[in-house]
Design a protein around this ligand. Sequence first.
Ligand code: IMP
Ligand code: MG
Length: 179
Amino acid sequence: MHQDCERILLTEEELRAGVRGVALAVNARYAGKNPIVVGILKGSIIFYSDFIRHLDMPVTLDFMAVSSYGSGAVSSGKLRMKKDLDSDVQGRDVIVVEDIIDSGFTLANLRELLKERGAKSVCIVTLLNKKGRREYDILPDYNCFDIDNEFVVGYGLDYNEKYRNLPYVGVLKREIYEK
Ligand code: IMP
Ligand code: MG
């Protein structure tokens, strides 16, 4: 285990099983359809690549990079677009793949944006859900693991752009982000 982690929260085996279970449920819902699968960069990349390999319908892959500012007490209420989609979502079924839902700000805004652009349906798939932290009215349609309010890294998730390449999800030591 990485020395900056306090413990491993989800092992590679647990991740594999959880991701597969969610992908099978998504397959059942999208049989005969051709959704656009949107990965939210960069945190979702490893989850995304494992998830899409279980999908058995034809899919269009696309990516978006966004950042939320004002994550403190008062949110600015705006999502900053750093990289937009290549695809036109008008009339399409869209599956958004995100690493973690925390306050819900990012996904609540993204869902609105995709609906405004005319998506036929928007489905949200998350690897992790910090249930206790929700401030915006949004639930993932599919989520692999509910977790407590701890800062986690690995399997795509970072702290200051580090740890994304760890193959497991670990709880980051407090001393790392409180110093
Ligand atoms: P939300 O907009 O508050 O729901 O925040 C979601 C974003 O916050 C995610 O896309 C992550 O980038 C980040 N985030 C929230 N919790 C964690 C964590 O425990 N580890 C790493 N990133 C996190
Ligand atoms: Mg992120």
